[in-house]
Design a protein around this ligand. Structure first.
Ligand code: ADP
Ligand code: MG
Length: 360
């Protein structure tokens, strides 16, 4: 029995003959902020709704604070839910919308009024208590939904793509607001998103979904630097994936042979052994571009010869496309870095710790 606050053990969901969540195991600690990140249709909403009690569990167990809650009615789970489309009551004022969960619980009028005021102040909507949802902007409606999910001081807050409908600037502001609320109130939050930047910004840990399974669940830095497989490497951030063969694996440090015969040192997943086919993942910003004639001993790093194909100005950085003997490679350089002319012959270098070897 795990000591986790929320625990999924082999949780499974079938719709008819289709399995949309498959033997999923995930432990969440009290006060943790965990994002569920993955492409559309990967089972994120379904898992959240199983936890909230809006969807039944086909197999396995879900526990909250050590007790199995598979069959516990929704209202007894004490979870605040923010749905993707806000789901506010259009004919009720902001204050009545926020009061609703308290009225459902039979809270006294005076207590309700005080809690509603506090919740609205928390999301900075105290001034708009008497408006109808239709008289608010998208961001304000979203904050009402947040106040309604928090007003009854739930143990857990579940949010399903709560910022999906907002424009970029407002979305980024709300990300910081939710982060701050999470810290200040010590909430346990499970947050669904398909936006990797949002997940990286908000989370203590990110659970990356594909086809109803968690591909990896770890801190943002870990999933970015040490992806567990190809799906994660490609889903989070941008990466170059080079075919290679493991020549040697001494613990964390690998020596791999690329398809042009060159040998590079990199870190990688345990479990791969000499002779295995593999992929070397190289993040664009970890690659340094040097003049072709740079002395090998001056770098002491992995080296790949190449030729500049294109340089694209992206505002805060330059995106450089380089042709090499092992295919095209994308690098990212500082916007103030030297701009390489097309066809310039260059030497790409990267440290062993910045290359990551995964199974193909
Ligand atoms: P996500 O939130 O990651 O986009 P969902 O959890 O909504 O994914 O859906 C996962 C899969 O389950 C999808 O293939 C979807 O079509 C299917 N699905 C979701 N709800 C139902 C339902 N009520 N009946 C049948 N299939 C469903
Ligand atoms: Mg969804």
């Amino acid at each position: 029995m795990s000591g986790a606050f929320i625990s999924f053990q082999d949780a499974t969901k079938d719709y008819g003959s289709v399995r949309v969540v498959e033997n999923l195991n995930l432990d969440i600690a009290r006060g943790e902020f965990v994002s569920l990140l993955g492409p559309s249709g990967s089972g994120k909403t379904t898992l959240l709704m199983m936890l909230a009690g809006f969807e039944s569990v086909s197999g396995g167990t879900i526990t909250l604070d050590g007790k199995v809650i598979n069959d516990l009615p929704t209202y007894k789970r004490d979870m605040g839910v923010v749905f993707q489309n806000y789901a506010l009551f259009p004919h009720m004022t902001v204050a009545r919308n926020v009061a609703f969960p308290l009225e459902m619980r039979g809270e006294a009028k005076a207590v309700t009024a005080a809690k509603v005021k506090k919740a609205l102040d928390m999301v900075q909507l105290g001034q708009l208590a008497d408006r109808l949802p239709g008289q608010l902007s998208g961001g304000q409606q979203q904050r009402v939904a947040l106040a309604r999910a928090l007003v009854f001081e739930p143990r857990v807050v579940l949010m399903d793509e709560p910022l999906g409908a907002l424009d970029k600037q407002l979305r980024e502001q709300m990300q910081l607001d939710i982060r701050e609320l999470h810290h200040r109130l010590g909430l346990t939050v499970i947050f669904v998103t398909h936006d990797q930047d949002e997940a990286l910004t908000m989370s203590d840990r990110i659970a990356i979904f594909n086809h109803g399974k968690i591909q990896q669940c770890a801190a943002p830095r870990e999933v970015y630097d040490h992806p567990a497989n190809r799906f994660v490497a490609e889903f989070i951030g941008e990466t170059n994936l080079l075919d290679c063969k493991v020549s040697e694996n001494a613990g964390e440090t690998f020596s791999v042979t690329l398809d042009d015969g060159s040998v590079v040192a990199a870190h990688g997943l345990p479990g791969l052994v000499a002779g295995d086919r593999a992929l070397l993942s190289l993040r664009p910003e970890r690659i340094e571009i040097l003049p072709a004639e740079t002395d090998a001993t001056a770098t002491g790093q992995n080296r790949l010869a190449g030729e500049i194909l294109d340089t694209i100005y992206q505002g805060d950085h330059l995106r450089v496309v380089i042709e090499t003997a092992v295919g095209q490679i994308i690098a990212r350089t500082d916007r103030k870095a030297q701009e390489w002319p097309v066809r310039a012959r260059v030497m790409l270098t990267f440290r062993a710790a910045d290359g990551w070897v995964i199974a193909p």
